[in-house]
Design a protein around this ligand. Structure first.
Ligand code: HSE
Length: 322
């Protein structure tokens, strides 16, 4: 059986989930991919750090150069997050002829044009299902299953941390800081949770969805963005009294011939399909001109749901490589 060799850049929350799924579902994955998937190298900052998973001796490295220069590595998986060095590593991996998987919404929203150009130039594929809504297969839905539709509108809860915080504030009367700490403890939040609570993470994801759905240039700066730091217990109570709730919604639609993209806390009736989306769950409502309204729902953050999307992308690439 052919061996496809994978290098993992990063072993944080998403990298650990990716490792666990490849380990636990190994035989099934091998059968589906028709090849043996071997994680050959794992790039980390500190090889001495205690890890949540047991790793084979000598697999950890701090040297990206030795990975990108290694002709036996077929697929590079970027799960470091942040902009640099992730952007540089992704582009250099593509230029070296590797297939690439990334979970990095920030780098795609800000540098996606350069990254996709590098992939095209080398006739390589970059897959990024995990970048938007963790385990929910919304990227492949827009790239494949909904190609027959003109997409009219997208509205979603695209950030698990803020949805978790708003849910805890609503259901348990927790204050903002306590709920944020809980979300961080559960591995949902970004390294710097400002990106979550200020709405930037959701805006990055919306930029990617709008690129796929409407062909818009990836331009996160043009998205009107407001986070949840101004939402108070008073606002939540007032909404509840009127049978409404507050959700951080990301939406994109055409108004008078122009696309309007925004992320902001909105008051929605309790019978709205997105009102029942609680905790770390995400959901995306997509309206297509043929299919009408669809709702995609599931866990949008955390090691296993996000790892699920990463590993599926690895398998899809392994099918091309093998
Ligand atoms: N911090 C992000 C969230 C992680 O809470 O949704 C998944 O993108």
């Amino acid at each position: 059986m052919k061996k496809v060799r994978v290098a993992l850049l990063g072993l944080g929350t998403v990298g650990t989930g990716t490792w666990k799924i490849l380990r636990d579902n190994g035989p099934m994955i091998e059968e589906k991919a028709g090849c043996c998937l071997e994680v050959a190298r794992v790039l980390v900052k500190n090889p001495e750090k205690k890890r949540a998973v047991e790793l084979p001796e000598g697999i950890l490295t701090t040297d990206f150069e030795s990975i990108v220069a290694d002709p036996s590595i077929d697929i590079i998986v970027e799960v470091i997050g942040g902009i640099e060095p992730a952007r540089d590593y992704i582009i250099r991996a593509l230029q070296a002829g590797k297939q690439v998987v990334t979970a990095n919404k920030a780098v795609l929203a800000q540098h996606g044009s350069d990254i996709f150009a590098a992939a095209d130039a080398q006739r390589r594929t970059i897959k990024y299902e995990a970048s938007v809504c963790g385990g929910i297969p919304i990227i492949s839905a827009l790239q494949q299953s909904l190609l027959s539709n003109a997409i009219l509108e997208i509205t979603g809860i695209l950030n698990g941390t803020t949805n978790y915080i708003l849910t805890r504030m609503t259901e348990s009367g927790k204050d903002f800081d306590t709920a944020l700490k809980e979300a961080q403890g559960l591995g949902y939040a970004e390294a710097d949770p400002a990106a979550d609570v200020m709405g930037v993470d959701a805006a990055n994801k919306l930029a990617i969805l709008a690129y796929l759905a409407f062909g818009l240039k990836l331009d996160v700066k043009s998205i009107q963005t407001e986070g949840i730091t101004g939402v108070t217990q008073r606002d939540i109570a007032a909404a509840r009294e009127a049978d409404f709730c507050i959700k951080l919604l990301a939406s994109a639609k055409k108004i008078n011939g122009t696309y309007r993209l925004k992320v902001c806390p909105e008051v929605i009736p309790l019978n709205h399909p997105l009102a029942g989306v609680s905790g770390v769950n995400n959901a995306v409502l997509v309206k297509g001109n043929a299919v009408n309204e669809l709702m995609f729902y599931g866990q949008g953050a955390g090691e296993m749901p996000t790892g699920s999307a990463v590993v599926s992308d690895i398998i899809a690439l392994a099918l091309q490589v093998a």
